[in-house]
Each structure stands twice: as structure tokens, then as C-alpha cells.
Write a protein that binds this ligand. Sequence first.
Ligand SMILES: Cc1cc2nc3c(=O)[nH]c(=O)nc-3n(C[C@H](O)[C@H](O)[C@H](O)COP(=O)(O)OP(=O)(O)OC[C@H]3O[C@@H](n4cnc5c(N)ncnc54)[C@H](O)[C@@H]3O)c2cc1C
Length: 510
Amino acid sequence: MYSNGMQKKTIVIIGAGVAGLSAGIYAEQHGLHAILLEKNPSVGGMCTGWYRKGYYLDGCIHWLTGTKEGTLLHRMWKNLGAIDKQEDIMYLDSWGTYEYQGQKVTMWRDLDRAEREWKELSPVDSKMIHKFFNMVRDFAKVELPLDLPIPMMSLPRLLKLGLNVLSVWPSYLLSMRISCEQFAAKFKNPAIRFALTKCQVGDGNLFSMIYSYSTVVIGDGGVPRGGSKPMVERMKDKFIALGGTLKLNANVESVIIRDDAARGVKLNNGQVIEGDAVVSCLDTNYTLKKLLRDQYRFPAFERRFKKPELHTSPSCVYLCFSVKNDKNLPVPYSFDVEPFDVGGISINHLTIRSYSYDDTFTRNDRTVLTVLIDQSNKEYPFWKRLSKDRSQYLKYKNFVAEQVMNRIKEHLPSMDDIELLDVSTPYTFNHYVNSSNGVYMSFTFTPWASMFAHSGKLKGLKDFYLSGQWLQGPGGLPIAMTQGKFAIQRICKKEKLSFVFEPLRKSKKA
Ligand SMILES: Cc1cc2nc3c(=O)[nH]c(=O)nc-3n(C[C@H](O)[C@H](O)[C@H](O)COP(=O)(O)OP(=O)(O)OC[C@H]3O[C@@H](n4cnc5c(N)ncnc54)[C@H](O)[C@@H]3O)c2cc1C
């Protein structure tokens, strides 16, 4: 209830992934009441973890952008309860070690050390190595403008942003229109070429690779202790403590529309949940096709979505194992292997990630080790077909696991007692969170596909807001979180409720 006696507006939020949790918390902090609906029995969506054979497995965070104190993103994660104590953020020494035919290259967080080692390994590449590390240093200076949607930014804020981008403009231009493969081809040393092409999943351009590396370098890409699940549980607790209503096992079937405005949702058990506005924080294609019955168009999104060959989004086969805990193993660690086929793609390297850095994942003398094998929206038809025959699907998962285990044992004979714990596929992601093509992030930045951000409003439908990682490439946790916030900022603007960036105090109108 507002001080003027008016009832708080109720916002129905579909999907309790990171975007939905963020929207829910920001709504409650700004004089709105949020009802958060989640189809699964727990929150988090793709940001999750689970148990197998007594081991705790993490299904998401390899690095979380926004772990550096003082950054905009860090303040937001703190506000949401996602980051609790700074001592609980762990920083790995490197962004990975890459071994090709016996030669090792490490992307150390210490850039001077990395540059020195790379030059020692390949003096002939010195000039290009220097160029590469200078670009990483450049991007380390840029902070993503995720506090406000760009159209809502003040002129001074926009000018500051422009100057920030201008200061790294040459590096930006150089890296946007080139793929990692094209850039790597400029180096003579094969291990450096291997590192530059394998350090990032999918078809991402040089910009997205360097940007990710730079966040890790400046300490803005750490991992919260315990990983993904405890982080979303903290967000859930914050949401509930603020007065939000959470309904689990609430599978939304459709959006209720009256007089061209969204007025609530209907669940698949027939229950109706009324509200003054609806925010959809799940897969955009699923929202348009299923929840809105294909009645509204979103051309900027659909153009991309219908052309997977041009607009790729990453997916994977995600394998979890237990192995003897070896603290000397680099994390993560990539090496070339005898090629094998997964979903029609020839896999010629493995990146293994041992969780030895966090004792949440260890049991006695063993720890969890994961392998993420690249797939994308392009391979989804294969997985969809395969999933129709359960026994073939399970057989294929075991086949992939066998191929991977054999290659790990071949490369690292000390891992001869590696044990399979679990295998997730693009079909798992589709099934679990309704991700249309089984992908786990939005559209990748490629040399041929530009950046994309959308307001989340659909023509002809009032009080309905799209949100989640699909509204801004390339997706991921920071984008999901900020898009959840942006939806509430847009609602506050419409309802004339003031939005305070860090809601230490309540909205003036509440
Ligand atoms: C293996 C893996 C590794 C990753 N690593 C990283 C990483 O290191 N760093 C990073 O930033 N990101 C990473 N990601 C990506 C990250 O997990 C996603 O970008 C992010 O979680 C997306 O959040 P979201 O809220 O937009 O969507 P989602 O997580 O998909 O949330 C949507 C929610 O809506 C629910 N839902 C769907 N349909 C309905 C319905 N009809 N009714 C009710 N609820 C519904 C779903 O169950 C889900 O909870 C990784 C993902 C995977 C799978």
C-alpha cells in the first residue's frame, strides 16, 4: 500500500532464473509487489547445481563478471544478495592453460608474466603477442554500461560512456570484425594459435574473447564459493525477505490479455494469476510462440532466430566426472585429442575443469571434473531427433562419455580411475528451462553479426515486458541480471515510481 492509500501494483514475473529473481527483487525494492512463477521445483534456471553419486555438481558459473568490488555490476550483485562475503569469491590464476602437441601456453591473470612467457616460447611472434596483450589491457579499462537501459541514460552519463569507449576505439575496431581463428592465423606458433582459438566456446569474435579474458585479469571474473546454486538461493532468500511471492512448480501456459494489455497468466493446471503487468524472463521464442500464441511480432529477434547459420548461440554437452584430486592440474586445462564426432561436429580438443579450488566439490581424496563440449543452435535438430528414442539417446550420451574418458586417460594416465557422474545435452537445456534450441546463451558476437539490445516491449501489447538474456547479446549471467532490472526500471518509469540504482532506501512514492 502506498502512503497515499493506493494499492501497490502487482507484477507477475514468469521464470525464476537469474533474470526473474533480479526483476523480483528490484520490483519489491521499488514499491511494486512481485509474484514470481517458476515451472521447476527450485529457482535459478540454468544457473544451477545438483547432486550425483554423493558429489555436488555445478551446472553454470565458470566465471561471474562483476566480482570486483566497486564496479557497477558488483554493486548490483551485492544488492541482490548474489554476492555475500567478498572472502567467498575465488580467483583462479589464469584463464586457462592450452597444450598443443606438448607445448603449453597459459593465459595468466598476470599479463606481464603471460606476455613474457609467450614471447620466450615464440620470439618470432613478439610483435603480435604484444599487440594481443595490449588489447587485453585496453579492454580491462572498459566497464559495461549496465546500470540503465541506454535510452534512459542522462546526457552526462552518455558522454562519459562515449569517452570510455573512444579511449579503446582502435582495439575495439580491430577486434569486432575478426574471428579468433583469423586472428590466430597471424601467429606462427601452433600452441599460441591453439590457445587463441580454444579459449572461448562457440563462434565468438576476437572482441568477446578478449573482453572475457580482461574481466578475469582485473579480478572481475571470480567464482563464488559453492558455485551457482548457493548464489541463486541467496537471491531467492532476499526476494522472499522483501515480501515477494514465489510459486514453484508453477508452469505458465499462457498470458492473459484484456483490452490489448497483459493482465496475468494461466498455469497449466488451470489456475489464473492476475496482475497489473507481466514480465517474461524466459526463452524469448518460447514466450512469443507458446505463451503469447504467436500473436505478436518481434522482428529484430525473429530475423536472427530464424537464421542459425548466421546467428549462432552456444550450447554444449556437459560432462561431469569424479577424479583423484590433483591440485597441480591447471584450471581450466585444454589439450588436443584424436578427433571424434559429437552431434555432427568434429571435436579435436578437450577443456577439462577440475574443481579442486573449492572444497564444496571434493569428497575425501576426489574432486569433480567437468568437460564442456561445444554445440550450438545449429546442431539442435540432431539432439531433438535423438531425444525421441530414449534408449538411443542414453546410448549416445554414454558413447560421448566413453570417448571423452578414453582421451583424458590417454593424455593424463594418472586419471585412470575417472568415474562418470552425469551428462547433460542441448536436449536437457530444452527440457529443463524451455530453451528453444537447447542453447544456454543468447546470440554470439561474431565478425558478421552486430551487437543487439532490445527494449523488451512488443507492439500492440501494453503492460507486457520481455526480459532475460535474449534481450541483449551475448547473454550470460550479468546480462540476465541487468535485463531483469531493466524491465522494472521501465515499469517504474511508466508508473512514475522513482528508481534508485542502489535501493538502500525505498522509492519515494512507496
Ligand atoms: C554449462 C553452462 C555454463 C555456463 N557458464 C556461465 C558462466 O560461466 N558465466 C555466465 O555468465 N553464464 C554462464 N552460463 C549462462 C547462464 O547460465 C545463463 O546465461 C543465465 O542463467 C540465463 O538466465 P535467464 O534468467 O535469462 O534464463 P534461464 O536461466 O533460462 O531462466 C528462465 C527460467 O524460466 C523458467 N521457465 C521456463 N518456462 C517456464 C514456464 N512456462 N513457466 C514458468 N517458468 C518457466 C525456467 O525453468 C527457468 O528457471 C552457463 C550456462 C551453462 C548451461
